[in-house]
Design a protein around this ligand. Structure first.
Ligand code: ARG
Length: 601
């Protein structure tokens, strides 16, 4: 850990109250002052503030009283029970423009009701200054998100699709919070399979240097054929193994062949990234190769590496098997590369947070790597920088409840899968006559937004650790909790705004938002919670939190629109601005989820 990184972790996030986007953070700052006054003996007690579970009790609550009571019980005589502490916390809360009133419930929960005019003002400022001004403050400034990361020449499967979708969303949320994000594609471009592939290339296509990439055709089939030969032919196997040595030794011809194979794979991956509009910067396993010997030496210097059955390993707590760093044949492996990549990311790239997005099957690998890094003193305890997190996710299942496969039980080509989502959406638009109303480009664009958006949202809306069932009918249903439903909800708000024939930019010149009707206030409160939801979602690395927020937002808007007349009502200006604010926040949610918003449907 560098010294500056350690120092950064302890810097308290102090910011002018009015510029903080997150209402929860803003209330927590007020509460911090109250706690300091209430229990000065507990230096720097961290406020626990959350949205009220039951809206009847209030908008937010502070849950510190019970914890404080158990800490000071017997030591202080000033409070006889948690409730008394809650009373004091409420009394000591500094005057502010945001809090209307407080009340104490049960064992000292402090319920807080926000001032409605404060919510109104906050929404209005967001409309004028932009939703980016609501970005929450995070304790890190630079992060690596290691995601997608397919393996060259092998299949890019639905697991990589999940990694791509989840990783992109996490990167976007971090970016929204002003974190500099290095979007890393840690492709598997190194390893023993390349020896076999290169020899097979030399055998099958002697003039491989002169002909285009098409020569290899389907790289996956090529890989399979090479593997068959490798398993059956001892001679070929020996050549394959020697090829690895030549490649790693830097032999020019082998390097060129390796590069050719990587390029072909890369082009296939790019087809997927282009459709999903995901940007990644490739730093594959091979990139870290030159740094490995030094990192291994450093670990050796810390006496962490021991000999076990001919291999060099690190023993980590809680596992019978050790983490292998150098294999019996002298080669480095997946773990060695991850130890080295961590070293590089922290020391060269100065990342304060490193997030790895892979299926949960790799949880043990990362746990062992993190434990080894802790032993090395490179990864500090939880609340310090740098932080390292494995973001695991469950399987993608087919309708039969088994691992997702196509009918022919062959692997699913991701490009085909995405194209089918688009085609189905396009057919639906055409069946609704949109091809007569819109230009060809508009139909295409809408079909892409709906189709790709549906695939992404279906993936993101569930807790990532659970398996999810890939079902086109379900994800494209306009009535469910789907991207299609949400895109329609947004387009409907846009059509209300259009139908009003009012210029929203003109309306914005007057501060006139009023949350008078209960449905308006509920909607308004939900809107100002956007920042803390992003904060929660990104802190826990759980995109489903943001999806739930967006889905509720659409529902609350429907309630509002059902209960409150907008166009030609006395409150028209205020209500149109509330429509606009809802649309703005919905669009920001779409953006963070990687979904392209549609303005009419
Ligand atoms: N290539 C790996 C796979 O397909 C994922 C790599 C994840 N990132 C890492 N730093 N290990 O399973």
């Amino acid at each position: 850990v560098t010294e500056s990184a350690a120092a950064a972790s302890s810097t308290e996030m102090t910011q002018n109250a009015d510029t903080i986007g997150s209402v929860r953070q803003q209330l927590a700052n007020l509460m911090r002052e109250s706690l300091r006054a209430t229990v000065p003996e507990l230096d720097g007690e961290e406020p626990i503030v959350s949205a009220c579970n039951n809206p009847k009790h209030g908008d937010y609550q502070c849950n510190n009283a019970m914890g404080i009571f158990s800490k000071i019980k017997g030591k202080s005589t000033s409070f006889k029970n948690p409730n008394a502490i809650g009373q004091a916390i409420a009394r000591n809360l500094p005057e502010s423009t945001m809090v209307e009133k407080t009340s104490i419930a049960g064992p000292g929960f402090v319920n807080i009701v926000l001032k409605t005019d404060w919510i109104e003002e906050k929404i209005y400022r967001m409309l004028v200054d932009g939703v980016r001004t609501w970005a929450p403050v995070l304790p890190v400034k630079k992060a690596v998100v290691d995601f997608s990361s397919p393996n060259i020449a092998k299949e890019m499967h639905v697991g990589h699709l999940r990694s791509t979708i989840i990783g992109d969303c996490l990167a976007k949320m971090l970016e929204f919070c002003h974190v500099e994000v290095l979007r890393r594609n840690h492709v598997g471009d190194w390893g023993t399979q390349f020896g076999m592939l290169i020899e097979y290339l030399f055998d099958q296509i002697p003039n491989w240097e002169d002909i285009g990439d098409q020569a290899i055709g389907d790289l996956q089939a090529f890989y399979k054929a090479a593997k068959v030969k490798f398993d059956a032919d001892a001679d070929f196997r020996t050549r394959g193994q020697q090829a690895v040595v030549l490649l790693q030794g830097g032999d020019e011809r082998y390097r060129a062949a390796w590069k050719k194979i990587c390029d072909i794979s890369r082009r296939e991956f790019d087809q997927v990234y282009k459709r999903l509009q995901v940007t990644l910067e490739e730093k594959g396993e091979s990139f870290y190769n030159p740094f490995i010997p030094d990192v291994v030496e450093q670990l050796r210097g810390k006496n962490l590496i021991v000999e076990s059955e001919g291999a060099q390993v690190i023993q980590v707590d809680g596992y019978e098997i050790p983490l292998i760093v150098i294999k019996r044949d002298g080669a480095f492996n997946y773990a060695t590369t991850d130890l080295t990549a961590f070293w590089y990311r922290v020391n060269v790239e100065k990342a304060e947070l490193i997030v790895y997005v892979t299926d949960v099957g790799q949880a043990q690998h990362f746990d062992m790597v993190f434990k080894a890094l802790k032993l090395a003193g490179w990864l500090p305890s939880e609340d310090q920088i740098p932080k390292s997190k494995h973001v695991g996710f469950g399987l993608v299942l087919g309708a039969d409840g088994k691992r997702f496969r196509t009918r022919s039980s062959e692997v699913v080509r991701l490009v085909d899968l995405l194209d089918e989502a688009k085609t189905r959406s396009k057919d639906e638009l055409i069946s609704r006559g949109k091809d007569k109303e819109w230009s060809e480009e508009e139909v295409e664009a809408a079909a892409e937004a709906l189709g790709y958006g549906a695939v992404k949202y279906a993936d993101l809306k569930n807790n990532r650790l659970t398996n999810y069932t890939f079902d086109f009918d379900q994800m494209l249903d306009i009535r469910g909790n789907t991207a299609v439903y949400l895109l329609y909800a947004h387009a409907r708000i846009c059509s209300i705004l259009r139908n009003s024939k009012k210029d929203i930019e003109e309306l914005k010149k007057v501060n006139s938002i009023q949350l008078a009707h209960p449905s308006e206030r509920v909607l308004g409160l939900h809107l100002v919670r956007f920042a803390e939801v992003v904060e929660e979602s990104v802190t826990n690395l759980l995109p489903n939190t943001l999806c739930e927020y967006l889905y509720s937002l659409a529902g609350l808007f429907t309630d509002f629109y059902t209960n409150c007349k907008v166009i030609d009502s006395d409150e028209e200006t205020s209500r149109l601005l509330l429509c606009e604010a809802t649309a703005v926040v919905m669009r920001e949610c779409f953006k963070l989820l990687g979904i392209t918003p549609l303005y009419r449907l």
